[in-house]
Structures are given as C-alpha cells and as structure tokens.
Design a protein around this ligand. Structure first.
Ligand code: FAD
Length: 488
C-alpha cells in the first residue's frame, strides 16, 4: 500500500494463530516486506487448547500433553524459538500401555502400530481377543484390497480388514484417544491415510504397516540436536506446553504484534472498493463492542463452527459445517505415593474400549510417563471422560464427576486413597471429527475462497490434522500463501 505496511488480522490465538503470525512475520522480514499483525483472541489469554497449570510442584496439562517427535514442524518451531533444550521425552521405564478387558488391565501386545498388529506371535498370545477374532484378523493377508476409489470411514475400513472385534477392543480405544470419535463416522483419508495406502500398496494392512515400520523414524531428522532425554516418540517441554506458547508470545511481542485479548471477532466485511494503496483495507474485521479494524489480509484459525459463520456470507461453508465437535473433560488427581499401597505404575497408563461401560475412557499415569510432571514422592493420574455418543458425562456436577471417576479408578486399579487435590477441565466442543469426504470438501472450499475472498485464509485443527505439529505446519502454509497472495 504505497510503502505502507500490510495489515494482517489473525483471528484466534491458539497454536494455529500464534504460529501463523510468527511465520508470517519471519517470512515477511526475510522477503523485506513490512507487515503489521493484530491477533484477536476471544479469551483473556493466548494458547487456545494448550493450557498448562503449575501447582504445588506438579506440571499439569489441562489440554494437550505432548506431541509426536517424528513430526518436524514443531521441532523446527522449538528451534526457531530457541527452546529445543527444554524439550523432554517420556520415561524410558514406562513404555507399556494397557487395555482394559473384562475389568482387567492387559498389556498392549508388542508390535501394535496405531492399533494395527505388525508382529504375529504377541498378537496371537494376547488375552484381549478371542481365538476367532485373531483368526479373522489374519484374513487381512489374503483378502483383496477394496476396489472402490475414494474415502470411507475409519471404522468400516478397520472392521473390513481386521474384523469387528479387533476394531472394537484394540484399535478403537487406542485411536479414539486422538479424536474422542466414533470410528464409523471419521474419514479414513483425513485421519489415517497411511492405512488405506498400506492396503493399496501391499494388499494387506498388516503387511503394509509392517513394511512401513522401519521406514518412518519415530523421531524427526532434525531432532538430533535435542537433549538426550528428548529422543522418545512423544515429547513435551519440562515446564509444560505453555513454554512454547509463552515463547511465541514473547517473539511476537518483539515483532510488535498487537494482541487484542478478550475480544471476539463477529464478522468480516469485504470492502468492494478496497484496494492496495488506499486508506481502507480489502477487508474490515468487526469486533465485539462495535469496533472495526481494516485489514489487507485475514487468517482465521477459530474452530470450524466460528469460521463457518464468518465465511458464510461469501462462500458455501458445508465443508466446515460438516465437522462436528465432541466435548470431553479430564480429571487430574494428585496423590501421596505412600498412600497408594505400593501400586506399580509400570507404564504410561491404559485405554478402555466402549464395551467396558466405564465412565472414564482412558487414564494416563502422568507421573510415571512424564518424570518432570510431579515431585518424586507424589503420583499424578489423568482420567479422561467423554467421547462421541457419550458426552453428557462432561457436564455432570463436579462432585458427581469426581465420584464416578474415583469409582472407576477404585474398581480398575484398587486405589481408594483420597487425592491431595483434583483438577477438572471441561473442553466443550473441542475435538473436531473429520467426516468421510472431508479432504475433498475442504479443497473445494479453499478454491471457492481463493476466488471470492482473496487474502483470507482459514486454517487450524478443523482442516488437515488435529495434532499440534499439524496445526503448526498448516499455520506456516497459511502464512506463506498469504504473503504470496499479497505480493501478487
Ligand atoms: P484452538 O486452540 O482451539 O484455538 C482457537 C482460538 O480461537 C481459541 O483460543 C478461541 O478462544 C479463539 N476463538 C474462537 N472464536 C473466536 C472469535 N470469534 N474471535 C476471536 N477468537 C476466537 N494434540 C497433540 O498434538 N497432542 C496432544 O496430546 C493433544 N491432546 C489433546 C487433548 C485435548 C483434550 C484436546 C481438546 C486436544 C488435544 N490435541 C492434542 C489437539 C490440539 O490440542 C488441538 O488440535 C490444537 O491445540 C488446536 O489449536 P488451534 O489453534 O487450531 O485451535
């Protein structure tokens, strides 16, 4: 704009919004372009789902607790922020994960990759499955690949290849943790495209996953410069994930980003005669309280249901309206180790198939999985409730929710001790469910937006991956595309 800086508004200050802004400013600087960024965030803090509580020597995650070390974008970001030395991995002595079956904890058979067996002997021996189910899974070796092209549900794919029992008792509880979803409604292509690719390439899911095992390193190539404790498949920061949020905030403040916290965006107005070189931007972003800000570019990173209402006046938003969100909660309990009768936390916790009928869906033995999370003489447990089809539990009053969770912990682990404290976090409409056909529909939306709303990008967990590294990758892509667009 006649030598004036480009004005960009980022809507939403979660990891997607913060990383979009960070890469926008870094990339603009590299290109010698002057860009001013305003981040508008409805809450009075940034971080979105990331929410670390430090209490009495504990590091408690109320939202996400870690990320996959094999995903490069988040390790790149840690390095770009200079905080890679604060990364830490899981306790090497807590590798086991358990699955509940008929009220007993069974170790997850060795060789399971994302719930798919890749080693036959441990799978054949597990007490989790009937003999018939194990035989049924072996049909995967001989059953032809699906002829039809296109997407299908994760549930139909898994039960077709491995049989319903393997899907319900093993794959579902392990995979559902990521989406809290109903596998029969989730898109295979948008969630685990590698499963479909394994079937197509190897004619068998098990064979394909086995062939890929050595090929996908558990730790990204750029992780070689990390501390030795950070060479495990899952990583976090010693001070919790809020470390990354805090550093992003600091870096953005250094770039003179304007933060408008506690402010909701209510609409985006396209200014028909708005053009570069003029006082008014191409867009006007309307905030609550009647304030508006002029913008040459906008990055929307809110959950899909908010993004849909912002975009609806200009494009068809079926793609994002189709993404349902599931509500979940977690109940964190701290104990004195001495009060637990020597219970052996020899793993990272357990997951629970729906058929078990418990209130909790999983339990992380946080103090065993993450040694930095608790003082040595204490134990921290994190229990999860709520999943697709079972969300009412999230809104139980605190006392009732605590009691239901403690009843499960008592019956599964025999723990009757009174917790030192309990922290409940409810995350309403927090887990996006990518429906069958999601990728195709979002590609159409993007194409339509490029025509109707040049300079407006929509990104975040509702699109191409819910994990933190995926949000960062998408945020970076949005930043680069927006700058390319501004440069014409
Ligand atoms: P959000 O964090 O939701 O940020 C969006 C922001 O937009 C929010 O701050 C919101 O307040 C703001 N906003 C909304 N509407 C408006 C508006 N109109 N105006 C202004 N601001 C607005 N991922 C992992 O990699 N590892 C994990 O261990 C993991 N565990 C998870 C556990 C739970 C319980 C949940 C819910 C998710 C978990 N995830 C995990 C997923 C990951 O945390 C999220 O996908 C990611 O944090 C989403 O980031 P985001 O910036 O896209 O969205």
């Amino acid at each position: 704009r006649n030598g004036e800086p480009d004005r960009i508004v980022v809507i939403g200050g979660g990891i997607s919004g913060l990383s979009s802004a960070f890469y926008l400013l870094r990339e603009a600087k590299r290109r010698g372009r002057d860009v001013r960024v305003t981040i508008v965030e409805a809450m009075d803090r940034v971080g979105g789902k990331i929410n670390t509580l430090r209490r009495d020597g504990f590091v408690i995650e109320r939202g996400p607790d870690s990320f996959l070390a094999r995903k490069k974008p988040i390790i790149d970001l840690a390095m770009d922020l200079g905080i890679e030395q604060q990364l830490t991995g899981t306790n090497p002595a807590a590798k086991k994960t358990y699955i509940l079956h008929r009220r007993k904890l069974h170790p997850m058979p060795q060789g399971l990759v994302l719930g798919i067996p890749t080693e036959i002997a441990p799978f054949a021996k597990t007490g989790l499955l009937s003999f018939g189910a194990k035989m049924r899974a072996m049909l995967d070796f001989v059953m032809p690949a699906r002829a039809a092209e296109g997407d299908e549900s994760l549930g139909s794919f898994l039960s077709r290849r491995l049989g319903p029992e393997v899907m319900e008792r093993v794959a579902e509880p392990l995979l559902a943790g990521i989406y809290a979803g109903d596998l029969s409604k989730l898109s295979l292509q948008a969630t685990f495209p590698q499963f479909g690719a394994a079937e197509r390439k190897h004619g068998s899911l098990i064979r394909g996953m086995r062939a890929n095992r050595g090929k996908t390193p558990a730790i990204a190539a750029n992780a070689s410069e990390l501390p030795s404790s950070a060479r495990t498949p899952f990583l976090t920061f010693k001070g919790g994930l809020a470390t990354m949020v805090g550093e992003l905030e600091r870096a953005l403040t250094g770039y003179e980003v304007e933060f408008r916290l506690g402010t909701k965006v209510e609409g985006i107005e396209k200014v028909e005669d708005g053009a570069k070189g003029q006082e008014q931007g191409a867009y006007r972003v309307m905030l609550d309280g009647g304030v508006t800000i002029e913008a040459d570019g906008v990055v929307i990173t809110t959950p899909a249901f908010h993004a849909a209402s912002l975009l609806e006046p200009y494009v068809k938003v079926d793609a994002i309206r189709a993404v349902n969100y599931v509500s979940v909660a977690n109940v964190v309990m701290a104990f004195d180790k001495a009060s637990l009768g020597g219970y052996q936390f020899d793993g990272s916790g357990f997951v629970i198939p729906r058929s078990e009928g418990t209130t909790i869906t999983a339990c992380t033995w946080t103090s065993s999985k993450w040694l930095h999370s608790s003082p040595d003489d204490k134990v921290l447990l994190r229990c999860y409730v709520g999943r697709a089809g079972d969300e009412a539990v999230v809104d139980l009053p605190d006392a009732q929710l605590k009691e239901a969770v403690r009843a499960d912990v008592r019956s599964i682990m025999g723990i009757t001790a009174e917790p030192l404290f309990t922290e409940i976090t409810r995350l309403h409409h927090s887990m996006p469910q990518y429906p069958v056909g999601h990728l195709e529909r979002t590609a159409q939306l993007r194409a339509e937006m490029a025509k109707a709303l040049p300079g407006v990008w929509v990104t975040g967990a509702a699109f191409d991956g819910v994990g933190l590294p995926d949000c960062i990758r998408q945020g970076k892509q949005a930043a680069v595309s927006l700058l390319d667009g501004l440069e014409g």
